[in-house]
Design a protein around this ligand. Structure first.
Ligand code: AOF
Ligand code: ZN
Length: 364
């Protein structure tokens, strides 16, 4: 199962809106005779890749044990059902990392296998939680109809994200920038507010490491994004979410420059409604979202309790007045305030990274 998980991760950035899946086939002496993973959206599923790999090496999979990180599928989608193929191949045992939350499958893959006389078992709890964590976005979209949201923010020791004049570029050191690029490559989309575009003119791409560029999303209710902003390019991966009544002339200019523009509901402050934006992103195949915005955007995800994970970079600086995360929230006591679980912390250059799962996030 560990090997199957490692293989699954090879699909990072290429499988959404489908899951990352890995599969290992072992003979009766527990020798690996085939392995595969889901390489890209629309392509063969992991189980089929592993069966083909075994056949290419002249191995017979009859009587074998199949280790797969996700319940084999039961439906005719872009490809025929893997559970039926496994039954037809005559495998004896299937060990599954997690049940498929997709309603098209959800238990029916297991039923096909069992009806064919195949022994089906679930992996242990530790493996199961690793499988769920790997496909947290896939689970969230199927269970909660929104992406899994990770907040990334850089701040000073006194909790400031920028100065009073909004200047915030490079609070943290160069090492932290590489970390942010790793995080971008692990998410389907990265989101900022228009103020970050106006203040910093970021590219929001993966450059310091090798990895797939995420969709770049800007919350911009009045279409203030400058048409020559670096974030817009002709790769069809820049999406501006604006309000119903935003100026259609401005929209046309941005579309001509290569941006996609979508309309979403706004709240009483004329800010894009976070829940509507997330539902729209899920409908566009975004399973995992990294929020890299300034204080306003980070605050609104937190105060709407629509954030699941935080990774905060704390720089050894004191910025004084300026802007920090302001929540407009009051907790009655410290214990009822947001908590992180599974906390990890480490030094990154001269900055400290603290990350963990937020207590307001629903179960995987
Ligand atoms: C994958 N890769 O390795 C497995 C999947 O649209 P389709 O036909 O490719 O089916 C996608 C669904 O199949 C997906 O949502 C999930 O429920 C199931 N299993 N999908 O893309 C795989 N095993
Ligand atoms: Zn399948």
């Amino acid at each position: 199962m560990n090997r199957a998980l490692t293989l699954a991760k090879n699909g990072m950035g290429r499988t959404s809106p489908n899951p990352m899946v890995g599969c290992v086939i072992a003979d009766s002496s527990q020798n690996i005779i085939g392995e595969g993973w889901h390489k890209k959206y629309g392509g063969p599923h992991a189980e089929i890749e592993a069966i083909n790999n075994a056949h290419e090496n002249n191995h017979d999979v009859r009587g074998s044990t199949v280790y797969v990180t996700l319940e084999p599928c039961s439906h005719y989608g872009k490809t025929p059902p893997c559970a039926k193929r496994l039954a037809a191949e005559g495998v004896s045992r299937v060990i599954i990392g997690m049940r498929d939350p997709n309603q098209l499958v959800n238990g029916q893959g297991i039923k096909i296998l069992e009806d064919a006389g195949i022994q089906v078992e679930f992996a242990d709890d530790d493996i199961m939680s690793q499988c769920k964590l790997l496909n947290k976005g896939f689970i969230f979209v199927h269970k909660y109809h929104r992406p899994f949201v990770s907040l990334k923010a850089a701040m000073s020791l006194d909790g400031r994200m920028c100065l009073d004049n909004n200047s915030s570029k490079w609070i943290t050191g160069i090492e932290a920038r590489t970390e942010a690029h790793v995080m971008r490559s692990e998410n389907d989309a990265v989101l900022v507010g228009v103020n970050t575009i106006l203040n910093d003119d970021p590219e929001l791409t993966v450059r310091y490491i090798e990895g797939v560029n995420p969709l770049r999303v800007i919350l911009d209710s009045n279409l203030k994004t400058p048409p020559d902003a670096k974030v817009i390019s002709s790769d069809n991966k820049c999406l501006i979410i604006t309000s119903e009544n935003a100026d259609s002339e401005k929209e046309k200019i941005l579309i001509d420059k290569g941006a996609r523009v979508a309309r979403a509901a706004v709240n009483h402050n004329n800010h894009i409604d976070i829940k509507s934006a997330l539902e729209y992103l899920a409908s566009q195949g975004v399973l995992t979202l990294m929020v890299e915005g300034g204080p306003g955007v980070i605050s609104s995800f937190l105060s709407n309790k629509l954030a699941d994970y935080v990774k905060f970079f704390i720089a050894p600086r004191i910025l004084g007045e300026g802007k920090g995360i302001s929540l407009n929230m009051n907790f009655a006591d410290v214990n009822s305030a947001f908590m992180l679980s599974g906390v990890k912390s480490r030094l990154c250059g001269n900055d400290v990274i603290i990350e963990g799962r937020l207590s307001c996030s629903p179960d995987l």
